[in-house]
Design a binder for this molecule. Structure first.
Ligand SMILES: Nc1nc2c(ncn2[C@@H]2O[C@H](COP(=O)(O)OP(=O)(O)OP(=O)(O)O)[C@@H](O)[C@H]2O)c(=O)[nH]1
Ligand SMILES: C[S@@+](CC[C@H](N)C(=O)[O-])C[C@H]1O[C@@H](n2cnc3c(N)ncnc32)[C@H](O)[C@@H]1O
Ligand code: SF4
Ligand code: SF4
Length: 326
């Protein structure tokens, strides 16, 4: 379905939990965030029903995120339920990877197509600093396990933070050169209660690209799967790609194709817009599929033309990244 600005909306990102087994400094305080109770979040059956309704208005691609999606109980059942919806042609997760190895085969058998891992540093002490946990080895194993299982393409999300990981830009590029991995540098966004964010910690994708081009030749390319916001480049002679996600330096809102469902069942038209439609309340008041469909259409009609993160520098968003689903 097209929105007010003629954008085709076909991608639903679902936060399946607001909880997490890491505590990335830019995302959560040590004590965690809201910790919703079980009856405050959508049930798996409700999520499958909402995806079916979404498919009726043109949703084709689903991403499960959070918080950490792999700590949601019975996540494989959820994937299997979504897999049965014939219109859905891509089911992906975004995960920190800590629990992935122990669940990988099950996830694939349930119908998972592919996975994006988050990894901001390859240095043990820095990993422990940024995530406040010591799980780097599990994440590394998870990335290679996904390659081994053929969950193609395997993407890595790296939030670029000046003074923290800008000294690892070439090391990440080498990873994409040596392995069929797609490393995406994400510009640091002022979201949530700005736990670690500051304007001088931002690095633009342009600066990162210049640094990589000192060592590697980059040529524009496209990936077979993933109509997400990244712009990709092949590394000449290498196996993988480098991607740039540029919400701050080059907004990609004019191509935005997504809706977001929070763990509490609120449907959002934009990562950075407070307006939400309460689907959980609608489910509790026994709304029909037709009523739910109308609410999806309403959420699409509320999508803004673009975000305004650089104006209030993040002070205007009530929800945290882990609640909205990244
Ligand atoms: N501002 C903004 N940032 C986004 C949006 N979608 C994704 N991002 C950023 O990009 C990061 C990576 O997103 P992923 O969860 O891996 O999803 P994706 O990039 O859509 O995935 P692919 O389908 O594989 O391309 C997110 O955590 C956000 O930081 C968006 O719509 N707006
Ligand atoms: C909120 S997490 C949820 C999924 C999962 N726990 C993970 O880390 O992959 C999704 C993504 O959002 C990114 N993210 C969180 N806060 C961010 C910020 N302020 N700016 C840019 N990306 C951010 C994380 O690095 C991660 O890649
Ligand atoms: S970025 Fe992902 S892994 Fe890190 S604290 Fe947030 S939800 Fe957890
Ligand atoms: S900031 Fe909002 S409008 Fe822009 S791409 Fe992201 S979700 Fe879409």
């Amino acid at each position: 379905m097209l929105d007010t600005y003629n954008r085709k909306i076909n991608y639903l990102r679902i936060s399946v939990t607001d909880r997490c087994n890491l505590r990335c400094r830019y995302c959560m305080p040590e004590e965690g965030i809201t910790k919703l109770e079980h009856d405050e979040i959508l049930s798996l059956e409700d999520i499958v029903r909402l995806v079916r309704v979404g498919a009726g208005i043109g949703i084709r691609k689903i991403r499960l995120t959070g918080g950490e999606p792999l700590i949601r109980r019975h996540i494989t059942q959820l994937i299997a339920g979504i897999r049965e919806i014939p219109e859905i042609d891509d089911i992906a997760i975004t995960t920190n990877g800590v629990l992935f190895c122990s669940m990988a085969e099950e996830l694939k058998a349930a119908g998972l197509d592919r996975v994006n891992f988050s990894l901001d540093t390859m240095v043990a002490e820095k990993f422990e600093f940024i995530t406040r946990r010591d799980h780097r080895t599990e994440v590394k194993k998870a990335i290679f396990k996904a390659l081994e299982l053929g969950l193609d393409p395997v993407k890595i999300n790296t939030v670029a933070i000046k003074g923290f990981n800008d000294d690892e830009i070439l090391a990440f590029a080498k990873l994409a050169y040596d392995f069929p991995l797609h490393i995406r540098f994400i510009e640091f966004m002022p979201i949530g209660d700005l736990l670690f964010w500051s304007q001088d910690r931002m690095i633009s994708s342009e600066q990162i690209k210049e640094r990589i081009e000192q060592r590697y030749e980059l040529t524009p390319t496209k990936l077979s799967k993933g109509s997400g916001p990244a712009v990709y480049f092949k590394l000449s002679g290498g196996q993988g790609t480098i991607g740039f996600i540029t919400p701050m330096s080059h907004k990609f809102c004019s191509e935005c194709n997504r809706l977001r469902l929070t763990a509490e069942g609120k449907l959002r038209g934009c990562l950075y817009d407070k307006r939400e439609i309460d689907l959980k309340a609608a489910l509790e008041s026994k709304s029909s599929d037709e009523d739910l469909k109308k609410l999806f259409i309403q959420a699409i009609s509320l999508k803004p033309s673009e975000h305004h993160m650089n104006e209030g520098w993040g002070k205007d968003n009530l929800r945290k990244m882990s609640q909205i689903g990244g």
